[in-house]
Design a protein around this ligand. Sequence first.
Ligand code: NDP
Length: 281
Amino acid sequence: MTVPDLDLHDGATIPQLGFGVFQIPPEDTKEAVLKAFETGYRHIDTAQMYGNEKEVGEAIAESGLAREEIFVTTKLNNNNHRPEDVRSSFDESLQKLGLDHVNLFLIHWPMPGEYDGDYVSTWKTMVELRDAGKTTSVGVSNFEPDHLERIVEETGQVPVINQIEVHPYFANDTARAATAKHGALVEAWSPIAQGDVLGDDTLQAIADDVNRSTAQVALRWHIQRGDIVFPKSVTPKRIESNFALFDFELDEDQMARISQLDRGEDGRRGPHPQTMNVLPE
Ligand code: NDP
């Protein structure tokens, strides 16, 4: 199974399918990531907040894979937005991961109600890290259209990625369109809504038609919309089946029927980025 590489606007490429490690306890992370590598995944999405960068690093070291074969993303925690904390926490991330650079570093949440509303100096510091070669690319996560507009206008630096909540119950097309307008790509987090969409009748009917699981159908919908996904699982069989997305296709009608499942704001599961201002304890 070959995962397509997508072009980022800074010249780098990113595998369209990866493996997410949110809510994988540290003690289970190495095993899950090694299983993902064995299955063929070459893109890992972690974060300072997830508390498992060290174990992701152990899996990378143990995998025997060459560094250039793997795409690694981590994200800045919400309490590290001040420039000096961006720098020091990023160095800690590299140390935990056992790497001398990551492929992608993201601001996890804009936190517009903290830091006097200043996520611009945070973004400038991210760009400095890129210019120093410590991360190949820089991007953001959970940025609404106005947040994107502001960092681009005030710095002239466009993120390569905006990682946002997207799944069949929350198509999030406004934030997706704003991201595309700047030439950035969308990463769809919680692509199966942490399992909530899997019992859906429409997805089940399509899954029966294409002889796949509802998870595979939902993930394939994202892929055909052009977004990047990294489903999370600690279950070996699911890690395998979530990877099997490139030997079938949904037709136009099936794509449209899934897109019609969108519930707008009612479908959002996570916090709204405009009001998500919670600092870790
Ligand atoms: P997902 O939508 O990937 O769903 C994960 C859940 O679905 C787990 O409970 C898993 O169970 C279950 N599952 C996975 N595959 C299957 C399957 N084939 N059949 C049935 N159940 C399945 O949720 P996440 O929230 O983890 O999102 C994915 C990734 O996105 C995260 O790991 C993280 O990297 C990123 N993310 C980023 C956020 C941000 O703010 N930037 C916020 C949230 C997520 P089990 O593990 O028991 O198999």
